[in-house]
Design a protein around this ligand. Sequence first.
Ligand code: ZN
Length: 304
Amino acid sequence: MILKEILEQCQNRRAKAQMLAEYNYKIALDNEEFFQAEKAYRNLNFEYGKNPNEQTLSKVNDINKTRKQILEKLGLRISPQYQCTTCQDTGYKNGKLCLCIKQEVSKRISDICAIPKNIRCDFEQCDLSVFSNELQRKIMESTYEKMKDYCKKFPDTPINSIIFSGSTGTGKTYLISAMASELSMSGFDVFFTTAFGLNNIFLKSHTAKIEEKSQYIEPLLKCDLLIIDDLGTEPMYRNVSNEYLYTIINERKINKQHTLISTNLNQDEILTRYGERIFSRLNNKADSLFLSLEGSDIRLNKKK
Ligand SMILES: [Zn+2]
């Protein structure tokens, strides 16, 4: 969803830039001086095409200079002004996603989870030397390798839900952001939200008219990957938070769709806060993983 939206916006920008350029060209042609210069420019170009020579080329250049001066005087730009000159707002360069798109994906994701904007969230850019604690760094190195592999094989992995548990500063939000970027850019429909944002969606759906309820919930059910950042920090609304969360998680489990969760809570706290039904769906050994990123807990990957 993130990538699709960004590409659509980019291509809309391209279409607008082209339309504006065409519009400006029409206005410019209404100006007699430009009209004459343009006519002469076209004729000379045609002449040069038939018989290329220095003399005509020099005339072409001269008249081109004149038409540019007239346009400047009129304050009109007749060539499309693209935001990204590398891909001309197509989003692609040599068949690959342009850097402008990658940066925008990363920016969107950091906006959601409040990661500083100057940090690009992806596996390429991550610098694990920021972890001064050696144990913490080793845990992250090993987790990063596993998650890169998960992303490479996505969605064909036996595991379809992962909980990253750890206190603030363990790098769990950065890790899920990198995964979100990676999979978004591979073209998967990634829905990235904070637990707080998710709760708001639940509340909107709960209070909406019956025929409008599903429009809020559907993206959460349909996306290839649902990522919930910071589970446990959201307020709990009676008859809403847990009920909706269970429905989403249960439906996704039944359909073997992937869900990633980051949380400050440990397993016991998840059980207490969300109850047995949700806990057991997220702790099913066959298709779930609970990763503690806590430096003090060396039992990485231990599944309970
Ligand atoms: Zn670009």
